[in-house]
Write a protein that binds this ligand. Structure first.
Ligand SMILES: [Zn+2]
Length: 265
């Protein structure tokens, strides 16, 4: 079991013990109760913000080194203009990647979804609406949202994705429960450029990723902006990044290939 999940269990049991003591014996001082509450809240918030800790559920975020490969992943598409640019750049060198598509956009641009699939890339889902408050949604709503996104991809290219990356990258206990209910595998990242929210300096995006570009890495990039209002820096740095991978003798594979050595939808 991941250490963070054990810490959460221990903290939960300790909190309940403190509560029981207050009810059955005498109340603990307010300062102790408040510190315990704030500490627990901080612990849970850290678990939500850092999915790699796997506090609330199993998360894939890197592979053991050995395969001399990395998985490039692209979020927030498809977008007819920027996704096609990414496809073109990847296609030049025969590179493979994984696209975590937003269901609503997949419905609007089914032709681009088909192009991603036809080029041999893997497709996962990134929520249907890319709701920023996703981590607060109840598990049933999360499962339904994931299923809608899966259906949008299936409708476009005939394959139902089994990989899921939570919108905004936060993983609450509710999101994890919803993903379990939907039967999808949660994928986070070990390197990211932070280029999805607004126009970012391409040099900074490259350097953030380049530092963590190691064997077994899962790299989070963007093939489209969340609101389709700018071109993410990932598009500009991609040729240079692929060159860097070549220099380091690292291949590009899909997430499923990196994790299991197999290809999925
Ligand atoms: Zn996103």
């Amino acid at each position: 079991m991941p250490p963070a999940r054990i810490v959460l269990w221990v903290a939960s049991v300790a909190g309940l013990a403190l509560l029981a003591r207050s009810v059955l014996l005498d109340p603990v001082p307010m300062s102790v109760a408040l510190s315990a509450f704030l500490g627990y809240a901080a612990l849970c918030t850290t678990g939500v913000l850092v999915p790699q800790l796997q506090m609330f559920g199993d998360v894939e975020w890197r592979a053991e080194p050995g395969a001399k490969a990395v998985a490039l992943t692209f979020d927030d598409g498809p977008n007819p203009k920027t996704t096609r640019k990414v496809l073109q750049i990847l296609g030049r060198g025969g590179h493979k990647a994984t696209f975590f598509v937003v269901g609503k956009k997949a419905l609007a641009h089914a032709d681009v979804v088909r192009e991603i699939h036809a080029a041999g890339h893997e497709i996962g889902v990134h929520g249907h609406l890319h709701d920023r408050l996703y981590s607060l949604k109840p598990p049933k709503a999360v499962a339904e949202d994931i299923a809608r996104a899966q259906s949008a991809v299936e409708q476009a290219c005939g394959l139902r994705p089994t990989l899921f990356r939570p919108p905004v990258g936060y993983l609450s206990s509710r999101t994890a429960a919803g993903a379990r209910r939907a039967g999808v595998r949660i994928v986070a990242w070990s390197a990211r450029g932070l280029d999805g929210i607004g126009p970012t300096d391409a040099e900074q995006v490259f350097s953030r990723i380049e530092k963590r570009l190691v064997d077994g890495a899962i790299v989070l990039m963007h093939d489209a902006a969340e609101r389709d209002d700018f071109e993410p820096a990932s598009v500009e740095i991609l040729p240079r990044l692929l060159g860097e991978l070549g220099d380091r003798e690292l291949r590009t594979v899909t997430v499923s290939e990196l994790l299991d050595g197999t290809t999925r939808a």
